[in-house]
Design a protein around this ligand. Sequence first.
Ligand code: TPP
Ligand code: MG
Length: 1028
Amino acid sequence: MMRASGFLRAQIAHVSRRTFSLSEARVKPVGASRNALSEGFMSGSSSVYIEQMYENWRSDPSSVHKSWDAYFRNVEAGAGPGQAFQPPPSLVPATAAAGIVPSAAAGGAVATSGDFARTIQDHLKIQLLIRSYQTRGHNIADLDPLGINSADLDDTIPRELELDFYGFTEADLDREFVLPPTTFIGGDKKSLSLREIILRLKNIYCRHTGVEYMHLTNYEQQEWIRKNFEQPHVNALSPEQKKTLFKRLIRSTKFEEFLAKKWPSEKRFGLEGCEVLIPAIKQVIDRSSTLGVDSVVIGMPHRGRLNVLANVCRQPLETILSQFSTLEPADEGSGDVKYHLGVCIERLNRQSQRNLKIAVVANPSHLEAVDPVVQGKVRAEAFYSGDHSCDRHLAIMLHGDAAFSGQGVVMETFNLDDLPSYTVHGAIHIVCNNQIGFTTDPRSSRSSPYCTDVGRVVGCPIFHVNVDDPEAVMHVCGVAADWRKTFKKDVIIDLVSYRRYGHNELDEPMFTQPLMYQRIKSTKPVLDTYQTKIIGEGVADEAYIKGELNKYGKILEDAYDAAQKVTQVRNRDWLDSPWDDFFKGRDPHNFSSTGIKQEEVNEIIDKFSSVPDGFNLHRGLQRILKGRAQMLKDNDLDWACGEALAFGSLLKEGFHVRLSGQDVERGTFSHRHHVLHDQKIDQKVYNPLNDLSENQAEYTVCNSSLSEYAVLGFELGYSMVNPNSLVIWEAQFGDFSNTAQCIIDQFVSSGQSKWIRQSGLVMLLPHGYEGMGPEHSSARPERFLQMCNEDDNIDLTRVTLDDAFAAQQLHDTNWIVANCTTPANIAHLLRRQVYLPFRKPCIIMSPKSLLRHPQARSHVEEFLPGTSFQRVIPENGPAKENGSAVERIVFCTGKVYYDLVTARKQLGLEDKVAITRVEQISPFPYDLIQQEAKRYPNAQHFWAQEEHKNMGAWAFIQPRFLSLFSAEGKGITYAGRKPSASPATGNKYSHIQEQKSLLSEVFSVPKSSFFPQRLESKKDFKINRLLD
Ligand SMILES: Cc1ncc(C[n+]2csc(CCOP(=O)(O)OP(=O)(O)O)c2C)c(N)n1
Ligand SMILES: [Mg+2]
């Protein structure tokens, strides 16, 4: 609903005034009973326009047409909205001098001067006509280069674009009309004939560019766009610019042609039909570089990607061409197909004469998945270079029409646009809209008129443009770059094009789109038509054209010859985020201790348990903070303190820490409270971990939008920029991470292998069976473990009890999967992420009830120098004292440990059963498990888990135990829930029964040995309520 301001407010106020002050008889016929907003021409978007005119009139009555002047005077004098076309006071009888329009007083029609009323009406109609073109012109624009489809899938002509809608006829075409202030079509002229008005509007809004912008709610932005499209000659290119455009079209077209000629049976997802994409991107980049951008990050799908790498990034041609040969890889990594690879290239931009870094982010086949990654990368680059409003950093995202409208992650990513900790202050989107998705027609692939409609939600202007008019494309690209610079908001360029061949070059498109492809066959490439155009205009002659074609032809042939000499492909040439400095001089097998000095511990916990003077803290939080101080005194730190010590110590050492996810500031389970809110002063907050020391690094903790896919992708992108940081994404509950499965599978688990790109991203996934039902119990550790690249069949001679073995394992793994049971261990694990001489993603099954569990505490000594992350926490009780008397050693991971020790104590089995925690599940600590087992030579091996048998770590650990112990004739026995389809029961009773069965199996005692109340203390119940 539009806000009533200025003129509208005056109108509304006027109506109410009249209601009270005028007698029934005077008000009766029209006006007062009608709402001001019911005035026909003031509805919808016209009201913004009239508002503006009213503002202009208020500051200078002569700035508007005299009919409007009269109209506003009447209104201000008290005339009702129903009398909009009344003559001005000067033309009506003397009674008007009283300030009330006589017609209202008389309760009937005013005696008007017919001519004048007509002038006013005509003027209003002209304004509405202009406005209709501004609003709906794009609907009838000539956008399809094939001339078959309407880009908005609607062939009808809006009535308001037809002359007779306004009562105009042919006879009016040569009448002269004053132009309203809300159009720039006149240039210097104040009035134009109706014929000329329509001609100009059609040229601007209905030819090869369709401008969608009247959905913007900001008047200044609308006005800016009008100015940039309506002013006469605003889109004219100089002869030099035309030549540059032509040369770029040569590159784009001939590159594809060359590949097709040399490798006719190779897939390359060519750009034919949308060759203008290359000049378009270059235009956006040139203009942005001139406007101060020095780093551009591009995310794009398969279509035209090789062309972008060659002609936008200028990746050496022979490097690209050598990808077509079957060559041995020269370095690490399993590699990826050529149209998914990334690059990062820095060079001088010729147009701006400024240095520019361009990266294309490597991406999987999964369309649009790279969007949030690009945004995260840009955000991080801007953050580290102190460019807080992204003046120097730009995200460009390319899309296919089907994917842009079909994939939900597009919307999730748009929704990050204006969020303070996620914004990149406007990205430029370019849609290669070839009006087809593989074999699917737009009418089957979207329900919205345009494939770009998703952008309307966040107020993007959208420029649709027919690619057969490359000059129009250049214009919209320039405007898009200026828009982004001016308003720091996203903008979409929709390149309405076609796909000359099949989805890939080996595909037959005639099977499914026969008529379209017949038309395509008779459609000339844009290079040909543009060549004819510039020759016709005298911008270039045949000799020039030939010269340019030959020049590029030779470049391609030379590169081809050079590529023949290449004997190996180097994956390293395709890195989108190189960290050369980070790896220099580092020993990959050596990493320092993760301990924290006692003074640091004290300082961090002191801060973490206090607020500045005068800060009005909630009473409940005062208690919590006091409790933290007490924990330090009692030498008994909880989970929140463990996290704070990890983050705080890294921050003090200069490592940026970023924690993002839903409700992470407080913590889903209310344990964290990293952002404290003043109870009396709105918006006043205090973040203790950002107040540790003068020169600490910045701590960003940010509640995210309710998205997993986009936010995890964003954080992954963020983590790619600077290895000297700790970037964490936390799921609200671990199972929600599966809505980000694509990021997990395609980027996190396999990114290094495919693209030799490392990431130290941490995923915190709350996990644990607390009787809360199927959806809040399991973070699905089995899936993460199944994707580990480690061999379950280890060569025992390789298992050595030294740091080198563990370091090598970490070096080789694709990610780390852990489930910690103590605050100190999680702190060491998080710190190790930064201390490792390389980067690995770390997936942590994080706790819920352990956040407050009285036994899940750590002593200060466990954090101090000399201590480190314990991959395995061995049995430390009576059982350890006499290992040969131990009958059973139970291995487990995570929170079930505390259930096991409680039960063991109840049963009095502390000297008979050893319980060992596997804190790092993958890479599997073969060395430490072997060592631990040796202590209990007569014990049976058990694995206890709370997850169902087809879930949890069982399938991962079983073959590894066999690999370690089968030679000794030992296996491992499973104790836990039976296989199940659902991760957990929704019935509390069944949950307790299952827990009892698990314990009865572990200790070989009847289920009746355990009472419900022993398993679940009052405190646990309280926590469970909180979790619901
Ligand atoms: C998430 C996802 N689903 C399905 C596919 C399979 N696929 C590859 S290309 C394509 C069509 C894409 O159409 P469009 O976005 O219009 O791009 P175009 O190929 O036309 O340039 C499909 C469905 C994919 N790559 N990613
Ligand atoms: Mg398409």
